[in-house]
Design a protein around this ligand. Structure first.
Ligand code: NDP
Ligand code: HSE
Length: 440
């Protein structure tokens, strides 16, 4: 047996504490699988007094994760702090620069600095592994980078944020309010330290940026991704979607189009019969369309301490076994810049919810504006038109909810039509618009 692998872990929160627990309880199995023992020799976090649910007495403590990363007493550095700068970035750079392989779950860091860090890893002949950074426990990085390396990939899409999927599922199934569902997701350890990254779609965009690079051999650029989160989704939308035969999911989609690579993150109506519609709670799903293999769909827990630590540990095992592949599937200098397709060119169906003033001619005007933009309406439903004559007299022309769905059209046409409808003063407030994705 070769010498043991000494692991330094920075960050002992939801994921770090679960990792310590897994490494402690699986130590003999890991030694057998790796042909050497794997031991946490040093750790770093902010609060030394906090109970981490593990015995830290045999581990060196570092207040400064950068000092831990540079320590000659560790062989691999595991970064579980989070954030795209500060101690996470500094410690990862320090570890790579001092010739240590790095394992991280930090998608924000990779989305911002991934190519540069990949180059640093190559220069120092070490590996940079990040299975846990995308879709938690699902082995999507290895699948795309290694198992599907013989494919040309045309599209990768999926549910990439456990917190959002948990919130949308509980709002639909349990009739709970958004804020209560988010509080539960935080309590369960699914959410980011700043949960606006989850609910506004940034976390999904970080993951999609990484998957785009693996799929298309491109550089990483999360700034090019069209982004909309789930905070505007109401129970009314969820109920209307269900009546129309859809469920609402936050999807990340990257696909080749004639005008470039389309990358978008937004709430999406998916047919109830599709595989993606059946992914509930904290589960994530990633679908990859390869030219040789066809569609591959991976499903599993997308967040949570144990599931994420499972992916981190898989990467540590690779290091212990001496396995290494290029960080983003090819040498960093081979990764090409890419042309991003403009969102206004996106084509698809749309769900539109309007609060229409209860006046004669309002419906006709909306239909005319849509027709002028060449938009063909699939359905129009006026909801809750249950007021009595007396109520109507009391409330005047108070707005009534109207739901439209369109056949396939362009984003540009829908945006123009909604702009005109709003300007003509036939609706109150801002129209709600949700894209419909025709998935199998
Ligand atoms: P937590 O907020 O639970 O833990 C963060 C840890 O980092 C804490 O232990 C904290 O110390 C430590 N820390 C913060 N600042 C410093 C610092 N300056 N020096 C040393 N330690 C510091 O986060 P998570 O465990 O949830 O997430 C960690 C990473 O994993 C993030 O990148 C996240 O995006 C990613 N991830 C998380 C998943 C999840 O389900 N939670 C799933 C997939 C990826 P202290 O405890 O003392 O405050
Ligand atoms: N906050 C993230 C999520 C953690 O909810 O998916 C996993 O990356």
């Amino acid at each position: 047996m070769t010498t043991e692998l000494r692991v330094g872990v920075a960050g002992l929160g939801t994921v770090g504490a679960s990792l310590l627990h897994l490494l402690e309880t699986r130590s003999s199995a890991l030694a057998a699988r790796c042909g050497r023992s794997v031991r946490v020799s040093a750790v770093s976090a902010r609060d030394r007094t906090r109970d981490r649910g593990a015995d830290l007495s045999a581990m060196a403590w570092f207040d400064d994760p950068v000092a831990l990363a540079g320590s000659p007493d560790i062989d691999v550095f595991v970064e579980l702090i989070g954030g795209d700068n500060g101690p996470a970035e500094d410690s990862v750079r320090a570890a790579l620069a001092t010739g240590k392989s790095v394992v991280t779950a930090n998608k924000a860091l990779l989305a911002k600095h991934g190519v540069e860090l990949a180059r640093l890893a190559e220069e120092n002949k070490v590996s940079l592994s990040y299975e846990a950074a995308v879709a938690g426990g699902i082995p999507v990085i290895k699948t795309m980078r290694e198992s599907l390396a013989g494919n040309e990939i045309d599209r990768v899409y999926g549910i990439l944020n456990g917190t959002c999927n948990y919130i949308l599922t509980r709002m639909e199934q349990d009739g709970l309010d958004f804020s209560d569902c988010l509080a539960d997701a935080q309590r369960l350890g699914y959410a980011e330290a700043d949960p606006t990254f989850d609910i506004e779609g940034n976390d999904t965009a970080h993951k999609l940026a990484i998957l785009t690079s693996l799929a298309f051999g491109s550089q990483i650029n999360s700034e090019k991704i069209y982004l909309e989160g789930i905070s505007s989704i109401t129970r009314a939308d969820i109920e209307a979607a269900s009546e129309l035969g859809y469920r609402i999911k936050l999807l990340g989609v990257a696909q080749r189009t004639d005008s470039g690579i389309e990358q978008r993150v937004h709430p999406t109506m998916v047919p109830k019969a599709s595989a993606i519609a059946r992914i509930d709670g904290v589960l994530n799903a990633v679908a990859i369309d390869g030219d040789a293999v066809g569609e591959v769909v991976l499903v599993g827990p997308g967040a949570g301490g144990s599931a994420t630590a499972s992916a981190v540990l898989g990467d540590i095992v690779d290091v212990a076994r001496g396995l290494s592949v290029p960080t983003l599937g090819m040498p960093a200098h081979e990764l090409a810049p890419y042309k991003a397709a403009r969102m206004r060119m996106h084509e698809g169906g749309y769900y539109i919810r309007l609060a229409v003033y209860d006046r004669s001619g309002a419906f006709a005007e909306i239909a005319r504006i849509m027709a002028d933009e060449g938009i063909s309406l699939e359905s129009i439903v006026q909801r809750d038109r249950t007021r009595t004559h007396t109520e109507a007299e009391t409330h005047g022309d108070a707005p009534q909810p109207v739901i439209l769905t369109t056949y396939e059209t362009t984003e540009a046409a829908v945006k123009r039509a909604l702009g005109t409808i709003t300007a003509r003063n036939v609706v109150a407030g801002t129209p709600q618009m949700i894209r419909i994705e025709k998935l199998r």
